[in-house]
Design a protein around this ligand. Structure first.
Ligand code: PGA
Length: 238
């Protein structure tokens, strides 16, 4: 395993270091396919990328983005959907063309067909050049939850109680409103990314240590990253 690990003093520095890597990827290849993540961790990085875009330092005009996951049965205009998160925190503020931004359709009536379509979409885009990841308190990446085996392709998952409890804070109605199901890109799509950038706040130190240095096991889905050859991890100390 070749992990480049960057330890930063705080979240601001983590966000700047992360944004610098995404910016360099765009400089190397303007039509990069960026795999993107939601959650609280990458918010500062998106803000930094917005600043750099507004300053004219980088352009997303030719970029394509594909997100890791989306809740099931929450519409795009619901403020808790990941489409809403991506538009309001990032896409609406940069020069990307919205038609080049992709998330799973959580409203699709046929979830299995949507999962198959999404896996094919990653392939049709030519794979992911740089995948941004967070890590769940339970070791999930995307919404690939701890399980008896690694799930390789885009799939519809039942969210664990741990994930539902952590994410319920974002829903006005708390746990009652928090979805039970989500569509997530599978581990194949993530692991086939040419480069992976994982961001983790100080609260993830323990699970990150377990994922990177413990046994590779589907009980800690992020542990599969030990097999990736170009993984950069940025962890904030506070
Ligand atoms: P967080 O979520 O950034 O909100 O901590 C990360 C994740 O669940 O993957």
């Amino acid at each position: 395993m070749r992990v480049k690990q960057i330890v930063t003093a705080n979240v601001q520095e983590m966000s700047q270091r992360g944004a610098a890597i995404v910016a360099a990827q765009l400089t190397l290849k303007s039509h990069s396919v960026l795999g993107l993540a939601t959650g609280s961790t990458p918010l500062g990085m998106y803000a930094e990328l917005v600043s750099r875009n507004k300053a004219g330092e980088i352009s997303f005009a030719d970029a394509r983005t594909i997100n890791l996951d989306e809740y099931c049965d929450i519409s795009a205009d619901n403020k808790n959907s990941y489409r809403y998160y991506m538009n309001s925190n990032f896409f609406d503020k940069i020069d990307i063309r919205k038609e080049n931004t992709y998330l799973p359709d959580g409203m699709a009536s046929d979830k299995q067909a949507e999962c198959a379509r999404y896996s094919e979409l990653v392939d049709a885009l030519g794979g992911i050049d740089l995948q941004v990841l967070g890590i769940g308190m339970n070791g999930h990446i995307g919404f690939n939850e701890p399980a008896a085996h690694f799930v390789m392709d885009t799939n519809c998952v039942t969210l664990t109680e741990s994930t539902r409890n952590v994410n319920a804070q974002y829903f006005d109605g708390g746990l009652d409103e928090m979805p039970r199901y989500a569509i997530t890109m599978g581990l194949r799509q993530i692991m086939q990314a040419k480069r992976i950038l994982l961001l983790a706040g100080a609260n993830k130190k323990g699970i990150l240590e377990e994922a990177l240095n413990g046994p590779v096991t589907p009980q800690v889905p992020a542990s599969i990253l030990q097999l990736h050859k170009r993984l950069t991890v940025i962890i904030s100390e506070s």
